[in-house]
Design a protein around this ligand. Structure first.
Ligand SMILES: Nc1ncnc2c1ncn2[C@@H]1O[C@H](COP(=O)(O)OP(=O)(O)OP(=O)(O)O)[C@@H](O)[C@H]1O
Ligand SMILES: [Mg+2]
Length: 319
């Protein structure tokens, strides 16, 4: 029997109070959630949040210290063969054999699964690696390596795909191409996906459900709309200054719910209930302190704002 009561069919992935510690670090802290068939789920979190540790436990590469993981209703122990045929995996860093070509690499992996020969060609065409199939893996660009990693993950027609930062370092066009490949898998085969990412746009565009995590815990979970709606308790004022004070008091007489100031980039961020009610106070504060605005913007909350508000930090330096 499932430890968590769920509505509808059995979830593809079920986590029940899963924890993992490395000495004094709690990488994953008592996490529970389910993933339904065909769902695309994004794990968003800053460096060290516990994303890879969580994904690798689901993949059976690491063992939880406590808690239970069921895939397709089964534990890893005793079901390794069955589960290896259901899962497609791409790790955060993939190493290939330098002096094998793209096609030879895929043929090698295909042989592990006893797949028919034309599956390699099918996958090469699916991931757009036709022009590179004779290239040694050592000569592939970063984006092409990511495509090869995805190709390997797709070889055995997995029903559950786990991709750890599949688009990190890709240019925006390649990133979008990869998203469209993933969406076609969902449409054509009902594939279930768990991916980790530092890109808010990726999570918003691709995924039905977003889990924001930090320090091994879930801070928020839901569809983009749910997250923004549930946490939409304010509006954002963003500004930058000519000056670079070490710290500034952005409390505006207690009207600001949250704020951050980064003296390096000279940028500030304020979360308020009502922009109109606070704009005069903000401008007066700037004038009183002889600061000079170089930019000023008011807007509704986005996923990135929500992330900063929940974690107190940006997703990554890149974003
Ligand atoms: N094998 C290990 N030994 C010791 N500590 C580890 C090990 N693996 C992970 N950790 C620690 O566990 C925490 C979570 O790491 P994890 O790799 O899961 O984070 P992440 O969210 O994937 O980060 P990133 O975005 O940088 O990939 C970190 O503090 C990390 O240092
Ligand atoms: Mg990671």
């Amino acid at each position: 029997m499932n430890p968590i009561q769920t509505e509808g069919p059995e979830p593809v992935v079920l986590l029940n109070k899963v924890s993992k510690h490395f000495k004094e670090v709690t990488a994953v802290d008592c996490l529970s959630f389910n993933i339904r068939k065909g769902m695309f789920l994004a794990l968003l979190g800053p460096n060290g949040a516990g994303k890879t540790t969580l994904v690798e436990m689901i993949e059976g590469l690491q063992k939880p210290d406590s808690g239970e993981i069921l895939l397709f209703g089964r534990k890893w122990q005793g079901n390794e063969d069955f589960l290896h045929h259901q899962l497609g995996i791409s790790l955060q860093e993939t190493r290939f054999i330098d002096k094998l070509t793209v096609k030879e690499t895929l043929r090698l992996f295909a042989s592990f699964y006893g797949l028919e020969k034309n599956r390699v060609e099918e996958v090469i065409s699916l991931t757009g690696l036709e022009e590179k199939h004779r290239t040694f893996t050592v000569n592939l660009s970063g984006g092409q390596r990511q495509r090869l990693a995805l190709s390997i993950a797709l070889l055995n027609r997995p029903s559950l795909l786990l991709l750890d930062e599949p688009t990190t370092g890709l240019d925006p066009a390649s990133r979008r191409e990869l998203w469209h490949i993933l969406l076609s898998l969902k449409k054509d085969f009902g594939t279930t996906l768990i991916l980790t990412t530092h890109y808010m746009e990726e999570a918003s565009f691709l995924c039905d459900e977003i889990v924001i995590m930090d320090h091994g815990r879930i801070l928020a979970k839901g569809s983009l709309e749910q997250l923004l709606c549930e946490h939409d308790k304010g509006e954002i004022m963003e500004f930058s200054l000519q000056e670079r004070p070490e710290s500034i008091d952005l409390s505006l007489n207690g009207n600001v719910r949250e704020s951050t100031w980064d003296s390096e980039s000279r940028k500030g961020w304020l979360l308020v209930n009502d922009i109109v009610a606070n704009i005069d106070g903000f401008m007066n504060y700037i004038a009183r302190n002889n600061y000079h605005l170089t930019s000023f913007e008011c807007r509704k909350m986005t996923l990135e704002d929500l992330f900063i508000s929940l974690t107190g930090r940006k997703l990554s330096d890149e974003t």
